[in-house]
Each structure stands twice: as C-alpha cells, then as structure tokens.
Design a protein around this ligand. Structure first.
Ligand code: ZN
Length: 48
C-alpha cells in the first residue's frame, strides 16, 4: 500500500486511479482533489 501524501489515507498502487510523478517518485491519491492539492504545492506534501 502507498500513502496518499495529502490526506494520509492508504491507497492501493495497483488500483489507484489518481497518481502523479514528482522528481522521479510516484505518488498515489485517493481522489482527484488530493492529486490537485499535491500538484499545486508538492513541496508541502512530499516529505512523508
Ligand atoms: Zn486523499
């Protein structure tokens, strides 16, 4: 399981619909809103 860096929810990488790559690492999200929040300010969330 991966962790949604925005809301800290656990997300299954195999079924995750929302993901983004940032500096070579893939981040998974539970919802489009979490993905949008991350992409808007990745540095706020990436140190998890
Ligand atoms: Zn989320």
């Amino acid at each position: 399981m991966a962790k949604d860096p925005v809301c800290k929810m656990e997300v299954d990488e195999n079924t995750a619909k929302y993901k983004t790559e940032h500096m070579g690492k893939t981040y998974y999200f539970c919802a489009p809103g979490c993905k949008a929040a991350f992409e808007k300010d990745p540095h706020k969330y990436m140190h998890m």
